[in-house]
Design a protein around this ligand. Structure first.
Ligand code: NAG
Ligand code: NAG
Ligand code: NAG
Ligand code: NAG
Ligand code: NAG
Ligand code: NAG
Length: 465
């Protein structure tokens, strides 16, 4: 399954990503739990719900110091040095995992515990990445109410999963409206080209009621914000003449208007109304003047901007008759799949089985057959269930990159990991930068040590796996 490694948590996933048509240019945010987590007073344990292994329990345990601790963590975990190393290694895209709590007014502080201050770190990192010419995906990685049980990556390791409810779907749409507006209004966000709706929802679609309607609402919310800003959206127009250039006021005016295109359904207008005051608050914190006057000469030329790419985990991420996000698309949309072999369930735990599996991977074709294209692999790494030799890791890196570039490319999890006694040699298989240093990953991400590495493993039939 796609659990996180016990000691590795979220951070930036970095990747090579082949863009057919690049949209913007870069920036990230760091938010992390990781091995470095342990340096912050966190703990590691086999059942992550029983110790301080996520943001929630850390914030609850250290309410007075959590914000400062995270600020220091974010500042040191991702630096200009890292940006330059990634650039030198040919990385052209980043996927930035974000918690819903980065939009701070969405957090119910009487019952939910998360660090504050992430948005300014995101703005800072996005600017650095943009300056280095990289593009970024904003990944809604940890959803309000928690989208899957027993996982640190949700920010709260718990069995109490409540994302799939009207209240939390609504909060996720507010998050979406705010992040879409910031992306278009804040020049620091210029290289963001996609927003991902939900990282790794529960695989059993029987347990994700309403997720199909949420997919539709997610796309419509992004397009609604874009139409309000004057960004052309394929196939839809907004015939409301705005009596204001104040973005927040425009949200309210449109949301309460009576003649709207059908994409402005009641869930979308409810999200716009709640996002309006939040935008004002965040604009002040981020010093983005264009929220108050998006028609000013300081503002980007909205009519020449392109809509963001909406991004979902692919339909084949789920089973039991899942909703296909392809049906929600309005304008550009991309799909994400994650593949880890080390948690089991993919191939027998030996080098030959791994190579046979990856060299014959059919995920790109299978997704394309149901409209989920372009597909990229937003998470993968070199970890194995067996002790891998250096010789195997050269092959393993080549073969995976080859499989994933049959689609739109890949993003490695993670860009680096903590170096400590406790971490051991974790970075050998989990860190992109170390993988390049050790030579497993080629310095040019588009290259291979051996482009024929899969030849002995191909099935010479048309059967698929
Ligand atoms: C916040 O959480 C408390 C405790 O669970 C609950 O009573 C309250 O209704 C929540 N507030 C909102 C706005 O949902
Ligand atoms: C709004 O959301 C609720 C629950 O998430 C859903 O039941 C309803 O169908 C949605 N309405 C529209 C118009 O999308
Ligand atoms: C912008 O609109 C919001 C929402 O109506 C309002 O609260 C705010 O005061 C307005 N700002 C300016 C500068 O007009
Ligand atoms: C970590 O892995 C690298 C690459 O295989 C190896 O050169 C190094 O000696 C290992 N370090 C430790 C501490 O095992
Ligand atoms: C590349 O891999 C193929 C298949 O295993 C092998 O036959 C060939 O010798 C390798 N080439 C090099 C230069 O190692
Ligand atoms: C499949 O075909 C390739 C190229 O003709 C060959 O090198 C390889 O040995 C064959 N693999 C298998 C598993 O039969």
């Amino acid at each position: 399954m796609q659990a996180l490694a016990p000691l590795v948590a979220l951070l930036l996933h970095f990747a090579l990503f082949r863009l057919a048509s690049a949209v913007g240019n870069v920036p990230p945010k760091l938010y992390g739990v990781n091995l470095e987590w342990l340096d912050m007073g966190g703990q590691s344990c086999s059942d992550c719900s029983t110790c301080i292994a996520d943001e929630w329990s850390f914030a609850k345990a250290y309410p007075d110091t959590v914000d400062a601790t995270f600020d220091k963590h974010w500042s040191t975990w991702f630096t200009e040095d890292h940006v330059q190393q990634l650039k030198a290694d040919g990385i052209n895209a980043v996927r930035i995992p974000l918690g819903y709590w980065i939009v701070e007014p969405l957090v119910n502080r009487s019952s939910e515990y998360y660090p504050r201050g992430g948005i300014k770190q995101l703005q800072r990192g996005l600017q650095q990445l943009q300056d280095a010419g990289m593009v970024a995906i904003l990944d809604h990685h940890a959803l309000p109410g928690v989208q899957t049980a027993g996982q640190q990556f949700t920010g709260h390791c718990t069995q109490d999963v409540e994302f799939y409810t009207p209240y939390n779907y609504h909060r996720a749409l507010v998050w979406t409206a705010v992040m879409t507006a910031l992306t278009h209004l804040d020049p620091a966000f210029n290289s963001v080209f996609a927003i991902e709706a939900v990282n790794e929802p529960i695989m059993n679609a029987d347990q994700t009621p309403g997720y199909g309607q949420f997919q539709v609402n997610f796309v419509q919310t992004i397009r609604a914000v874009e139409l309000i800003l004057g960004i052309p959206v394929p196939g839809v127009s907004l015939d409301v003449s705005l009596g204001t250039s104040n973005t927040s006021a425009a949200f309210i005016q449109v949301a309460t208007s009576t003649s709207l295109p059908s994409i402005f359904n009641q869930n979308v207008t409810a999200a716009l109304l709640e996002a309006a005051p939040i935008l004002l608050e965040m604009a002040a914190e981020l010093a983005i003047p264009t929220i108050l006057d998006f028609t000013s000469t300081q503002a980007p030329l909205f009519s020449s901007r392109t809509p963001l790419m909406t991004n979902f985990m692919d339909v084949n991420w789920q089973y039991n008759d899942p909703p296909n996000p392809a049906y929600a698309a309005i304008g550009p949309q991309g799909y994400d799949n994650h593949l880890y072999y080390n948690y089991g369930g993919v191939a027998d735990p030996n080098p030959d089985a791994y190579m046979t599996s990856i060299c014959n991977l059919q995920r790109v074709q299978n997704d394309a057959a149901v409209g989920d294209t372009p597909l990229w692999f937003g998470e993968w790494g070199l970890p194995t269930q067996f002790d891998a030799t250096d010789e195997f890791l050269y092959m393993w890196a080549d073969a995976q990159k080859m499989a994933y570039t049959k689609g739109a490319g890949w993003l490695f999890w993670n860009f680096h990991v903590e170096i400590s006694e406790l971490a051991g040699n974790l970075s050998r298989q989990w860190s992109y930068l170390d993988g390049v240093n050790y030579g497993f990953l080629t310095k040019d991400p588009a290259a291979y040590h051996n482009a024929s590495v899969c030849d002995p493993y191909y099935y010479n039939t048309t059967s698929s796996s």
